[in-house]
Write a protein that binds this ligand. Structure first.
Ligand SMILES: NC(=O)c1ccc[n+]([C@@H]2O[C@H](COP(=O)([O-])OP(=O)(O)OC[C@H]3O[C@@H](n4cnc5c(N)ncnc54)[C@H](OP(=O)(O)O)[C@@H]3O)[C@@H](O)[C@H]2O)c1
Length: 360
């Protein structure tokens, strides 16, 4: 028996190629999963292009199977596994060894999709403790979007400043771009602040969020409004979008900023979640002093985010279930067109997530 998989020598999207490999068998404590769907992350494009170097923590093979987010079904369990049985629907976790608390270098060295082989395959063996149960109301296409994008958004919003535990007043949240993380963040923020017909908060949260979102596209901003965005700003046609944020928040600024962060529109005491660098990587060596001063000026907290542990993933799933949040899947590509899916994500035309369907 053999499996089908895509592999990359990390030399660009055109170097992705489909190959066959022997069917793996689960060892003690492991589970064999038939993979149904895979969602793409910005990271997968960078990895495949050989540009993902900032978390390099272990030696990796010259050629790897890319991608980390999958939804599948358990087909076989190894000895000692009691948590799963054949037929269970499961999701991967980005860092299978990161079960709780602060991530460590060792846990980071076990990232799926670099340096370890990823999930763009028909089957893969996982450690039993590195999987979580799929929310039953979600399709395979929706569920496979959760492990990286949604967990990162969840930790950004509900990590340092747990939802509902800061001051009992509504807060402004700024989401940059309309990719996977930002749209998951918008959905989480709006669900946390969901109000009933009389304007009372419906959720467990004591506060609501007014969500500001930026994009290069007015059409995408319209889509974001339909998901509940309160303020939308086109960062292409409004290059000084930070001033617009200040104006819209009546000079208060954003209490939480997800993504690259901006000191020009953060509120006093605000939280900047440093997630990524879609607007470009900056390597200036003398930036540290400036960052210190800028953070001090408005008593800002800067928090680097690397995904989140499994127990917070499961906590997030309970929140999704309570609010019946349906992740936004922009487009689903067949397995044979995985290369096109990568190129589509790279083009930035998507709103939310891009998914590859492994099983026909
Ligand atoms: N730290 C972590 O654990 C973690 C986890 C996931 C992702 N990330 C990082 O977070 C970032 C977003 O990831 P993603 O998966 O959501 O990416 P994605 O789905 O590819 O979305 C990226 C979005 O960023 C927006 N964008 C592009 N250029 C921009 C610019 N100059 N200024 C502002 N926005 C811009 C675009 O939105 P519009 O098309 O609307 O303009 C684009 O759709 C990436 O840097 C990724 O590496 C980090």
């Amino acid at each position: 028996m053999s499996i089908q998989q895509w592999v990359t020598p990390l030399e660009g999207l055109d170097s992705l190629r489909q190959t066959e490999a022997p069917m793996p068998a689960p060892g003690p404590g492991e589970v064999l999963v038939e993979i149904h769907t895979v969602s793409l992350n910005y990271r997968d494009v960078e990895v495949t292009k050989g540009e993902y170097k900032h978390h390099k923590t272990a030696e990796q093979n010259a050629t790897i199977v890319p991608c980390s987010d999958m939804c599948g079904v358990v087909v076989q369990v190894g000895s000692g596994v009691t948590r799963w049985t054949a037929g269970d629907r499961v999701l991967s976790t980005f860092l299978p060894e990161h079960q709780t608390g602060q991530v460590t270098e060792k846990e980071l060295a076990g990232s799926i999709g670099l340096p370890l082989d990823g999930v763009l395959a028909t089957h893969r063996v996982f450690p039993a403790h590195g999987l979580v149960q799929v929310p039953s109301y979600m399709s395979d296409e929706e569920a496979c979007t959760l492990p990286i994008a949604a967990v990162t958004a969840w930790m950004s919003i509900n990590g340092m400043r747990p939802i509902g535990q800061h001051g009992g007043k509504d807060e402004y949240i700024l989401l940059q771009g309309t990719g996977g993380v930002a749209i998951a963040g918008l959905q989480i923020a709006k669900a946390a602040g969901a109000r009933d017909a009389k304007g009372r908060l419906r959720s467990v949260a004591l506060i609501g969020y007014a969500a500001i979102i930026t994009s290069s596209s007015d059409a995408k901003l319209d889509q974001a409004k339909q998901l509940g965005a309160d303020c939308t700003i086109n960062y292409r046609t409004t290059p000084n979008w930070e001033s617009e944020v200040m104006q819209w928040t009546q000079n208060h600024g954003a209490d939480i900023i997800l993504e690259t962060g901006s000191f020009d529109c953060i509120a006093f005491g605000g939280l900047i979640d440093c997630i990524g660098y879609v607007s470009g990587k900056v390597d200036a060596e003398d930036d540290r002093l400036n960052v210190n001063l800028l953070a001090l000026r408005r008593t800002v907290t800067l928090k680097g985010i690397i995904n989140g542990p499994k127990d917070r993933f499961e906590e997030m799933i309970r929140f999704y279930e309570a609010h019946q949040i349906r992740p936004v899947v922009h487009r689903v590509f067949p397995f044979a067109e995985a290369k096109e899916a990568f190129k589509f994500l790279e083009s930035g035309r998507h709103f939310g997530k891009v998914v590859i369907k492994i099983q026909p």
